[in-house]
Design a protein around this ligand. Structure first.
Ligand code: THU
Length: 142
């Protein structure tokens, strides 16, 4: 199933409204689009111990996998920025840890999801394999 870019971005934007980001004030929403048409979203969850922060993408992957997802990830939409200005700056790309977390779910189903990130000048579109080439994954363990 092909997800509409704009619909998935709208889901990410809606998710960003649930961000808990009192330290950075940087709200991020992520929406995962699956081959069966389902969408699972998440927002960042910060912590007073800053390094324990969970990014939006990781929250979304954990949600999806706790709901039983083991592949089928075909698209990822991201939007982020200061509260009230989400999507008004440069497009947000997943941090290194989130690239790896997204890649695990993608590799389970043999997909290479498209990543859409909305910024002030439009939508950046890039494949996950471009963001994380030569990825380590389930198959790497033999
Ligand atoms: N953040 C995400 O949720 N996803 C990203 O792709 C980049 C960064 C969050 C982590 C932290 O809560 C805030 O944005 C500022 O780094």
């Amino acid at each position: 199933m092909n997800h509409s870019r704009d619909t998935l971005i709208a889901a990410a934007r809606a998710a960003a409204g649930a961000a808990y980001a009192p330290y950075s004030q940087f709200h991020v929403g992520a929406a995962l689009g699956f081959a069966d048409g389902s969408v699972v979203a998440g927002a960042n969850v910060e912590n007073a111990s800053y390094g324990l922060t969970l990014c939006a993408e990781t929250v979304a992957v954990a949600r999806a996998m706790n709901d039983g997802a083991r592949g089928g990830l075909v698209a990822v939409a991201l939007v982020g920025g200061p509260a009230g200005k989400v999507g008004a700056g440069d497009p947000v790309t997943p941090c290194g840890r989130c690239r790896q977390v997204l890649s695990e779910l993608a590799q389970l189903g043999g997909t290479d999801p498209v990543v859409w990130s909305e910024g002030v000048d439009g939508v950046l579109e890039v494949k996950l394999s471009t963001l994380l080439p030569h990825a380590f994954g389930p198959a790497s363990l033999g």
